[in-house]
Design a protein around this ligand. Structure first.
Ligand code: ATP
Length: 359
C-alpha cells in the first residue's frame, strides 16, 4: 500500500505555546509509528510576538504561504498583553490566519472528563458534552481594524453578518449535529430581539435548518445562553453563534469542564484548517512547566479526525481514549486544575496510556 504523507505546519507561537505544542507533536509522532501507511511531515514556522519584535511582522509571508499549502496547521498560542500594536490592540496573527484562510468555523468541543473537574459538581452537574461553533471570519471581530476617534470622543466597531458567511457556518453546525451521538439539536445563540444583524442571522439559520429535517433547530438569546450553560448545560448539543459571542461563551464553557487547559479547538475552512487550544499564551505561567497540555493534545486529535484518512481517524480515537483513561483518575491533573503534574509528566502519562492501548 502506498504511503500517504500529511504536511503539518507547526506554529508554536508565544508564552506557553511552545511548551504545549511540543508535547502534542511528541504524541503525534508516537501515534504515527502505529498507523498503517500514514506519515506526518512536521514543519515549524515562526509567528507571533517574537517574530513581530524581531522582524516587524507577526505573520511573515513565508509562514502564511506554508500554512496555505499545508494539509493542516497545529498552533500553540499567540499574543502577550505587554506587547501591542501602536493602536493598543494585541498581536493576534491567528485572527489574520482565520480571515485570510477563510477558516469560518471555530469548532470547540466541551467535554467533562471527570465529575470532580466542574465547578458545578455540588449542583448535580451530570454529563457535560456539547460543541460550540464560533463563526470566525466576520461578526463583531470584523470591525477590529477601526480606529477610535479620541478627539470626537467616539469609537465604533461594526458587526458584519453576511448571508454566505452565516450559511456556511450554520451548515457546519448542522452537519456536526448529524455526526454526533447527541440530542440532534443545533442552538443558534443570538441577540435577534435587539440587533437587526442578529435577526438577519436568525432568518438565514432558519433557512439552513430546513435542509436538515432530522436535526432540531433551536434559538437562544446570548444572555440567556450564559445562564443556561451554568444552570442546565445538558440542554445543549451543538451551538452556533457570532464571532464575539462565541469568543466569550467558549471561555465560560471551558470553565464548566476544568478551565482553558481543557478546551481544544479547530478552525475549519473549506480547504484549510488550524488546530489550537482555546486558551491564550498564559504568560503568567510560561516557562515554568506548569501548563496543562490537554487542550493542545485534544486539538491534535481533532486534527487527526479532520485529516479524514481512516488511519488518522483511528489515531484520533486512540489519542482521545488515552487522554480519557488518564483523566479518569482525579490525581492526574496539572496545577491549573488543582493537581501537581507538570506539562511533561501529564504528557508522559498519556503517552504510557497510548503505548498500552497499542500493545
Ligand atoms: P487570549 O485572549 O489570547 O485567549 P487570555 O487573555 O484569555 O488569552 P489565557 O492566556 O488563556 O488568557 O490565560 C487565562 C488564564 O488561564 C491565565 O491565568 C492562564 O495562566 C490560564 N491558562 C490558560 N491556558 C492554560 C493552560 N494550558 N494551562 C494552565 N493554565 C492556563
Amino acid at each position: 500500500m502506498s504511503e500517504k504523507e500529511f504536511h503539518i505546519v507547526v506554529l508554536e507561537g508565544d508564552g506557553i505555546g511552545p511548551e504545549v505544542t511540543s508535547q502534542a507533536v511528541r504524541l503525534l509522532g508516537q501515534i504515527q509509528n502505529n498507523l498503517n501507511g500514514v506519515r506526518f511531515n512536521f514543519d515549524e514556522y515562526c509567528v507571533g510576538v517574537g517574530e513581530y519584535l524581531k522582524n516587524g511582522t507577526a505573520l511573515p509571508d513565508s509562514t502564511f504561504a506554508a500554512c496555505e499549502a499545508s494539509d493542516a496547521v497545529l498552533l500553540g498560542a499567540m499574543g502577550i498583553p505587554s506587547v501591542r500594536y501602536p493602536d493598543g490592540t494585541e498581536i493576534a496573527p491567528q485572527l489574520d490566519l482565520r480571515e485570510r484562510l477563510q477558516l469560518y468555523g471555530g469548532v470547540r468541543p466541551i467535554r467533562l472528563f471527570h465529575a470532580e473537574d466542574t465547578p458545578l459538581k455540588n449542583h448535580g452537574a451530570g454529563d457535560i458534552d456539547f460543541v460550540l461553533v464560533r463563526e470566525s471570519t466576520e461578526g463583531l471581530f470584523s470591525g477590529r481594524g477601526a480606529t477610535a476617534d479620541y478627539e470626537a470622543g467616539l469609537a465604533t466597531n461594526m458587526m458584519r453578518i453576511t448571508r454566505a458567511g452565516t450559511e456556511r457556518v450554520c451548515r457546519l453546525a448542522f452537519e456536526l449535529a448529524q455526526k454526533r451521538n447527541g440530542l440532534k439539536k443545533v442552538s443558534l445563540v443570538d441577540k435577534a430581539n435587539v440587533l437587526s444583524s442578529m435577526a438577519f442571522m436568525r432568518q438565514i439559520f432558519d433557512e439552513v435548518a430546513t435542509e436538515f429535517p432530522d436535526i432540531q433547530a433551536d434559538h437562544v438569546y446570548v444572555d440567556a445562553s450564559a445562564l443556561f450553560m451554568v444552570r442546565d448545560p445538558q440542554r445543549f448539543d451543538v451551538i452556533v453563534t457570532e464571532n464575539m459571542f462565541g469568543d466569550i461563551l467558549s471561555d465560560l464553557a471551558a470553565g464548566l469542564v476544568g478551565g482553558m487547559g481543557m478546551a481544544p479547538s479547530g478552525d475549519i475552512g473549506a480547504t484549510a484548517a488550524v488546530f489550537q487550544p482555546s486558551h491564550g499564551s498564559a504568560p503568567d505561567i510560561a516557562g515554568q512547566g506548569k501548563a496543562n497540555p490537554v487542550a493542545t493534545i485534544l486539538s491534535a486529535s481533532m486534527m487527526l479526525e479532520w485529516l479524514g484518512h481512516p488511519e488518522t481517524q483511528r489515531g484520533a480515537k486512540m489519542l482521545d481514549a488515552a487522554v480519557a483513561s488518564v483523566l479518569a483518575y482525579p490525581k492526574n491533573r496539572t496545577p491549573d486544575m488543582g493537581g501537581k503534574l507538570s506539562t511533561q509528566t501529564m504528557t508522559d502519562l498519556i503517552s504510557e496510556a497510548l503505548a498500552k492501548s497499542i500493545n
